[in-house]
Design a protein around this ligand. Structure first.
Ligand code: FES
Length: 111
């Protein structure tokens, strides 16, 4: 049974395309990214070290880490640029009545 609970985090109107915003959800740091491909929610802490992804750059659907330049695809969290190798955790997201809602998923996958 799916017990995930969606929680409202940001009004969509407050997050224009090309922007991202950090938020806390169930004690976890999440970054919500609005791209031309849609809106996505990921873990906000880089899997390479301890940088906050929301302090990096969002280029199209690529999220670039501010510390060493590791890159991730916001659509599925996979690492697309070194030195990042492990994916960022991705969280279920929906938009209801103009509000972005996120349901925290499992922690980032570790091999
Ligand atoms: S901390 Fe993100 S690439 Fe190193």
């Amino acid at each position: 049974m799916n017990t995930r609970q969606f929680e409202a985090v940001i009004p969509l109107a407050h997050l224009p395309e090309g922007r991202m915003q950090a938020c806390m959800l169930d004690g976890r740091e999440i970054v919500v990214c609005h791209t031309r491909a849609g809106v996505f929610a990921l873990d906000n802490v880089c899997t390479h070290a301890e940088a906050r992804m929301s302090e990096g750059r969002l280029r199209g659907t690529t999220l670039v880490c501010p510390l060493h330049g590791g890159a991730f695809d916001v659509r599925d969290g996979r690492a697309t640029g070194a030195p990042a190798e492990l994916p960022l955790g991705v969280h279920a997201l929906r938009i209801v009545g103009g509000m972005i809602e996120v349901a925290p998923g499992p922690q980032a996958v570790r091999p």
